[in-house]
Design a protein around this ligand. Structure first.
Ligand code: GDP
Ligand code: IMO
Ligand code: MG
Length: 446
């Protein structure tokens, strides 16, 4: 049985994704033995920069660049077999071999081609205001089938393809008829092609398939440290995010238990990752958004374009109300503050310290998207800094106004900032004080 005496850690995004989780997971890896994805799927795009090389990981845990670590895709992830194989092949072409270091849960669900078609059809046919702006990776329809059960396909089904095949043909037929009826157009789904390509993918994936739940329990009992890598971001959580403009899985550390198959008390440290400002891709309310020149400038300075879809990210000031909510919700114990470099050169920098709804102050994001859309942000403006901190190596050496800005954020959200990121590279990181790393000297963080 897993207890809490071991320092397992979970890295989660505190906003709407793309906070810089990939960089932090890569950085922390050194102190862990296993890296585990427990939610989402290929909607994630986690960037890791190693020297001049830039890797964008979608389904593979960011630990996969470290061949000595075991990378695990847990039961809570939805796996598009072709996307995963493309990712493995892409890494192989760049000299990163993925072999025995990868384990895929036999309980994880499979994203099928019709899920991606349904994702697109549902977006195209929604009323303008109801469009979620999904990544079109089939995530929502796959999780919907998981809940429906009768039409779901899991990784363990691929092991017994002969049994799966007739059932899969029935499912494809039902999907074709269902989608055609709902969307009033003839949807073509070629059963032979879908079956053949899944069979081919299954053969390649089978060597990676394992009971990862048992694997994690054994790893814990053997005294090994586990790093859980959250995908998406807390405000995209299916239950607690800005519904319905959310993704379809649990994105906080609270979902490690169901998504990885470990007890809820497994995670001792929850490291929340957030930018020094706010961004969002896709639709949905965004209280501190700056739909103006300042937002455009943040986008330009921060190179804010989606890792998975290339879409421009919406930008705004740091939202302490939403971030405080994310901290409380997920039991966040410390924060990695990213992109501090991006804010250099702004005369004034803002923090959203309150929301007003219909003239009244509210202390947490309201449940209804319409209300959240109407919320008026209360900004506190602080003096900015002109010095570029991207080569700064210690907290002390940061510009005074940047330090004041960070202190204000800490007070507003209630947890300490233990990592400050001043650029995309591994070396552009200031580790102030963190339990999540067993003192890795800066010299080794290169
Ligand atoms: P994730 O999904 O949370 O892993 O984040 P993404 O990889 O989608 O997006 C973060 C982007 O910011 C990537 O392009 C990173 O290389 C980049 N990045 C991370 N930290 C910093 C930083 O401190 N400064 C700058 N300028 N870029 C950063
Ligand atoms: P990482 O892990 C940013 C957003 C989509 C859309 C909504 C639903 O890289 O931080 P989905 O395809 O999941 O049904 O889309 O969620 N979204 C993300 N935005 N980063 C992500 O992942 C995201 N994963 C989902 O843009 O608004
Ligand atoms: Mg991303």
């Amino acid at each position: 049985m897993i207890g809490s005496e071991q320092e397992h850690t979970c890295v989660v995004g505190l906003a709407w994704g793309d906070e810089g989780k990939g960089k932090i997971v890569d950085l922390l890896c050194e102190s862990y033995d296993l890296v585990v994805r427990y939610n989402g799927g290929a909607n994630a795009g986690h960037t890791v920069c190693v020297g001049d090389e830039r890797f964008a990981l979608h389904l593979l845990p960011s630990g996969v660049l470290h061949p000595e670590k075991v990378s695990v895709i847990g039961p809570g992830v939805v796996i598009d077999p072709h996307a995963l194989l493309d990712e493995i092949d892409g890494l192989g072409e760049r000299g990163v071999r993925v072999g025995d270091n990868l384990r895929i849960s036999d309980r994880a669900h499979v994203v099928m081609p019709y899920h991606k078609i349904e994702d697109q059809l549902s977006e195209q046919n929604a009323h303008q205001g109801d469009r979620i702006g999904t990544t079109a990776r089939g995530i929502g329809p796959c999780y919907a089938d998981k809940m429906r059960r009768s039409s779901a396909v899991r990784i363990c089904d691929l092991v017994c393809f002969e049994t799966l095949e007739p059932r899969l043909r029935d499912i494809i037929r039902a999907k074709r008829d269902g989608l055609s009826a709902v969307y009033g157009q003839q949807i073509t789904l070629d059963s032979d092609a879908i079956v053949a390509s899944l069979r081919e993918a299954a053969e390649r994936l089978l060597p990676f398939v394992a009971d990862t739940t048992a694997l994690l329990h054994e790893a814990h009992n053997a005294g090994r440290r586990i790093l859980f890598e959250g995908a998406n971001g807390t405000l995209l959580d299916i239950d607690h995010g800005t519904y319905p403009f959310v993704t379809s899985s649990g994105t906080t550390a609270n979902s490690v238990a169901p998504g990885a198959g470990v007890p809820a008390r497994t995670v001792a440290n929850v490291l929340g990752v957030t930018k020094a400002y706010a961004t969002r891709v896709g639709k949905g309310p965004f209280a501190s958004e700056l739909d103006n020149d300042i937002g455009d400038r943040i986008r330009k300075q921060g190179n804010e374009y989606g890792t998975t879809t290339g879409r421009p990210r919406r930008c705004g000031w740091f939202d302490a109300v939403a971030t405080g909510y994310s901290v409380r919700l997920g039991g966040v114990t410390e924060i990695a503050l990213m992109h501090l470099d991006t804010l250099a050169g702004f005369e004034r920098v803002g923090i959203c310290v309150g929301y007003r709804l219909d003239g009244r102050e509210v202390t947490a994001p309201p449940a209804h998207a319409d209300q959240l859309e109407r919320v008026e942000p209360v900004f506190e403006m602080l003096d900015g800094w002109s010095e570029d901190p991207s080569r700064v190596e210690s907290l002390d050496a940061l510009p005074d106004n940047a330090k004041r800005y960070m202190e204000r954020i800490e007070t507003a959200v209630g947890v300490p900032i233990t990592i400050v990121s001043v650029g995309p590279e591994r070396s552009q990181t200031i580790i102030a004080d963190t339990r999540t790393m067993t003192a890795v000297p800066r010299a080794t963080v290169t």
